[in-house]
Design a binder for this molecule. Sequence first.
Ligand SMILES: C[C@H](O)[C@H](O)[C@H]1CNC2=NC(N)=NC(=O)C2=N1
Length: 99
Amino acid sequence: MSERPTRLEPDAVHRALATLDGWTFDGNRLSKSFDFGDFARATGFLAGLAVAAAELDHHPNWSGVYGRVDLELSTHDVGGVTELDLELARRAEHLAGSD
Ligand SMILES: C[C@H](O)[C@H](O)[C@H]1CNC2=NC(N)=NC(=O)C2=N1
């Protein structure tokens, strides 16, 4: 996306999250923990997410332990959640096999 993304109003974020299982919104960022059960599956997920992030030029904050991956999504350039974060969340769901 070449245009600067627009910070979404909270109502719009909540409406979008109705179709995304298990994500929370704190007013500034989306969060979800994925539990894959082992390190190989967790790192496989991260490899796929890295490809998605490169395609979108939009990058997650991530951390994790062994089989768990914790994601936080926000658009640093605008200090909130944009359509890019929702798209990255959708792709994360797809990669995790939960959509
Ligand atoms: C210039 C480049 O497109 C920007 O710095 C992008 C890169 N990836 C990004 N990722 C995230 N999460 N937020 C951003 O604001 C952001 N900006």
